[in-house]
Design a protein around this ligand. Structure first.
Ligand SMILES: Cc1cc2nc3c(=O)[nH]c(=O)nc-3n(C[C@H](O)[C@H](O)[C@H](O)COP(=O)(O)O)c2cc1C
Length: 321
């Protein structure tokens, strides 16, 4: 089985890491491992799974993230991940949303390590690619280091040895998902200690990383870094990832070429992909420009009217300026 190099990953983000965004990220970094948004196994089972699971081969390596705790549904989803050619399958044990908890998915499962272990065992037995877990360091009142280590140790008995850890606990009662990404304090020391005490595991740290320098510092203590919102806000965050983390020759990345290639993609997909999905990665490229609110509105109007020529020129002018 081909192993992924998880030195640098782009975090799964619902409504963000769509196939379109992943297409754009791949124009900027060839090596960073990409993740899909979380897809509930019930949705895969009941829905139009071609719609949920379709991916471009240009996105690879890309990992499918699923949410669920029903062995049969996980089996079904893992087999589809094989069929669609994902380079890995990841189980979400970190999402704190009420709806997700009600479906017995996400962070609430941190209280049920035995169930997670059995789910992962099932996934490993079905998967032709690597199976991994993305979790928090704790949940609700279960916030000690020993709870965290016990959870990982129990789940790793399934044979899984790759863990992505958002270094905050999830607080299921009272905090919405957005606050759950900022209010519980980051405890990187839990994740570093885990790696020291269980060096045989592949530990990837996530949460609050804002610069490549921070990534390098983290890599002194863990095996990989996973970055979410910093890339959502500015996809060019990925610009030097291949060079700095994967020993690739520094490429001079022409931003106007990234824009032009993304527009080719938009034109090919404008009739089949939602304008929202196509638009979102473009809006992120307005990062930090003066008057970006007005600019975003202009971009919004142009894409709604499907005036792609004008939109592309607007972007190319922006980059040139
Ligand atoms: C809009 C948004 C959607 C998210 N959706 C998911 C998801 O589908 N699955 C998941 O495991 N984490 C999800 N997360 C959490 C991120 O993967 C990540 O753990 C979190 O944002 C912390 O990393 P960061 O500080 O680098 O953003 C989401 C985060 C954001 C901002």
């Amino acid at each position: 089985m081909l192993k992924n190099n998880y030195t640098f990953s782009v975090a799964p983000m619902m409504g963000v890491t769509t196939p379109s965004a992943r297409f754009m990220y791949r124009l900027i970094s060839k090596k960073a491992v990409l993740f899909t948004e979380m897809i509930a196994t019930q949705a895969i089972y009941r829905g139009d799974y071609n719609k949920f699971l379709k991916k471009n081969s240009i996105e690879e390596p890309v990992v499918l993230q699923v949410g669920g705790s029903d062995n049969e549904l996980l089996k079904f989803s893992t087999n589809l991940a094989n069929k669609y050619g994902y380079q890995g399958v990841n189980l979400n044990v970190g999402c704190p949303s009420k709806k997700v908890s009600q479906g017995r998915m996400g962070a609430c499962l941190m209280k049920e390590a035995d169930i997670v272990r059995d789910c992962i065992k099932t996934m490993i037995s079905e998967s032709s690619s690597e199976v991994s877990v993305k979790c928090r360091i704790g949940v609700d009142e279960f916030e000690s280091y020993n709870f965290f280590k016990e959870f990982i140790s129990n789940v790793s008995d399934s044979g899984c040895n790759t863990f992505f850890v958002h270094a905050r606990k999830a607080f299921l009662k009272g905090l919405d998902p957005k606050k759950n990404r900022t209010l519980p304090p980051l405890k990187y020391d839990y994740v570093h200690r885990l790696k020291r005490e269980m060096p045989q595991l592949n530990i990837i740290i996530n949460g609050g990383i804002q610069t490549l320098e921070e990534c390098h510092n983290q890599l002194k203590s863990v095996d990989g870094v996973m970055v979410g919102r910093s890339i959502q806000a500015n996809p060019f965050f990925l610009e030097e990832v291949d060079h700095q983390f994967y020993n690739q020759k520094m490429r001079s990345l022409e931003k106007n070429q990234v824009i032009a290639k993304y527009f080719e993609y938009v034109k090919e997909n404008i009739d089949t992909v939602s304008t929202y999905e196509l638009l979102s990665p473009l809006l992120a490229l307005c990062f930090g420009i003066p008057g970006s609110k007005k600019f975003k509105q202009e971009v919004n109007d142009l894409i709604r009217n499907k005036d792609l020529e004008k939109l592309e020129n607007t972007y190319l002018n922006l980059i040139a300026a």
